[in-house]
Design a protein around this ligand. Structure first.
Ligand code: C5P
Length: 217
């Protein structure tokens, strides 16, 4: 039953916050639920689980090591460290695409003219792990949230980020307990899923375990 026994998995979850000044930030609507569901399911399947989480309202899952982070760069550093020696990493976080180029050390004043925000791209966590991977581990899984050409774009993302598994879903999955999703793996048929995120989490983990096992000797 404990299919993931003796294996370690790292999961990123939640949004990131990109500071503008000491009290303001850019972020997104991610609830962290999908990442939490994955962490709980992996723990139940016997894995040692590290959850690298941006700010959410969710309580820490039981028997899971949690690293709380804020920005994308903090998430990258924590994930990189945790991923050493792990069998798999799932990127379920909604990492902010950009951060302000400059962070004001003092609160921006309302009495000043409205600031013009200059943004710079954040590092891609999964892409960085794929680039730095020596050998087959960690196996890498990610999500593709697309509003148009879902499967084609998800397939493209899988190639670009060199992922071993991609879960594609539409924007209406955000913040909900259920979702319609497709699981893509290189060279294998696409699988459709419709239902609770907790059940989706179990399905993702069993597919990812197949990928882990196929590279174990
Ligand atoms: O490129 P996009 O944001 O659509 O990719 C989504 C997938 O990539 C998710 O699995 C997400 O966790 C991961 N990602 C990441 N680092 C980023 C942006 C996205 O790991 N900076």
């Amino acid at each position: 039953m404990k299919a993931w026994r003796n294996r370690r998995i790292v999961i990123t979850a939640g949004p990131t916050r990109e500071k503008l000044d000491p009290v303001r930030y850019l972020s997104n609507e991610s609830s962290g639920r999908m990442g939490w569901a994955l962490a709980e399911a992996a723990q139940q399947k016997g894995a040692r689980v590290t959850l690298v989480a941006g700010p959410t309202a969710l309580p820490s899952p039981k028997n899971v090591t949690v690293f709380l982070v804020r920005s994308a760069r903090e998430m990258l550093a924590a994930t990189r460290k945790a991923a050493r020696g792990a069998h798999a990493v799932i990127g379920a976080a909604a990492v902010a695409d950009w951060r302000p180029i400059a962070v004001s050390r003092t609160k921006l004043k309302k009495s000043q003219a409205p600031p013009i925000l200059k943004l710079t791209p954040n590092p891609d966590i999964l892409k960085t792990l794929a680039r730095e991977r020596k050998g087959p581990f960690p196996r890498l899984a990610g999500f593709a949230l697309e509003s148009t050409n879902l499967l084609a774009n998800a397939g493209k993302k899988m190639k670009e980020k060199k992922l071993d598994l991609v879960v594609a879903n539409g924007p209406n999955a955000l913040g909900k307990e259920t979702t319609r999703a497709w699981i893509l793996r290189p060279g294998l048929a696409v699988e459709e899923f419709n239902g609770n995120k907790k059940i989706l989490a179990r399905q993702i983990l069993s597919r990812l375990l197949e990928s882990v096992k196929s590279h174990e000797r």
